[in-house]
Ligand binder design. Structure first.
Ligand SMILES: [Cu+2]
Length: 266
């Protein structure tokens, strides 16, 4: 059995995340830049757009704090991606890139990761037990549903403000919100899909948005939801625990039949 996890390596399918250049201490302004090397070892300059961007950059400290999901700019002449950057806190970070190469026979998705050390004193903050509600920028955000091992489950997130449901959630990256899920301990990157129709550019929804995700193993998962209201993006964080009990094996009986990945092979 192989349960797909991504984002644990700086190399996948012949593509490699090159050295990260960034300020080396907290509080210092600069830029973060890198190149993706293709199967020939040359900087990759041709990308397919996915979720409205050619490359998604996730930066998170290894204790799960300091999460950022941003979109750097590509210099098409050199293949260098860069974005203005300043570290708020010191520590060891995971820099994850998520993209689709525009090349014949290229994989449909590549997720690469490098670590980057930021000098300075810091206090690691181990993720607490399950957290299903967050309060961010005046919004109350709550998640219902559970992750399960090897089977897709629906997670529903509800947004309110001042005890009123928010129905003005705007499209962001081609969906009503973008959810990133990482496994605590190694920050393995889970595939999460927004459920429902892709929104039109001016449409809004709320207060509920749904995603489908599955856990590769039992354990603790860190979830980060980017959602947009009035043109501003906010990030809510949750922690979900997947209890042991099925020994990490695929729960075939509970499969909803909507996924056909190799996790279901025997
Ligand atoms: Cu992105």
């Amino acid at each position: 059995m192989s349960t797909a996890v991504a984002g644990l390596s700086l190399s996948q399918d012949g593509y490699t995340l090159g050295t990260i250049s960034a300020p080396d201490r907290a509080g210092q302004a600069g830029s973060l830049s890198f190149t993706i090397l293709d199967t020939e070892g040359s900087p990759l300059t041709a990308y397919e757009t996915s979720h409205e961007k050619d490359l998604h950059l996730i930066v998170v400290r290894n204790d799960g704090t300091q999460f950022r999901h941003v979109h750097p700019a590509l210099d098409p002449a050199t293949g260098t991606w860069s974005i203005p950057w300043q570290w708020a806190q010191a520590g060891t970070y995971s820099v994850l890139t998520d993209f689709v190469p525009a090349a014949q026979g290229a994989p449909s998705k590549v997720t690469l990761r490098r670590t980057f050390d930021v000098a300075g004193p810091f206090t690691p903050q181990p993720p607490p037990a399950a957290i299903r509600t967050d309060h961010v920028d005046g919004f109350d955000v709550a998640i219902t549903g559970d992750l399960a091992v090897g089977t897709s489950r629906t997670l529903t997130i509800s947004v309110s403000r001042d005890n009123e449901p928010v129905s003005a959630l705007e499209p962001y990256l081609g969906a009503y919100g973008h959810l990133v899920a990482l496994r605590e301990g190694d920050l393995a990157y889970l595939h999460v899909h927004a459920e429902g129709e892709a929104p039109g550019p001016k449409s809004t929804t709320g207060p509920d948005i749904s995603f489908a995700a599955q856990a590769p193993t039992d354990g603790r998962y860190l979830l980060y939801l980017d959602f947009q209201v009035d043109g501003r993006v906010h990030t809510a964080q949750f922690v979900l625990d997947v209890p042991s009990g099925n020994g990490g094996h695929v729960a075939d009986a509970e499969d909803d039949g909507t996924h056909t990945d190799e996790a279901h092979g025997h």
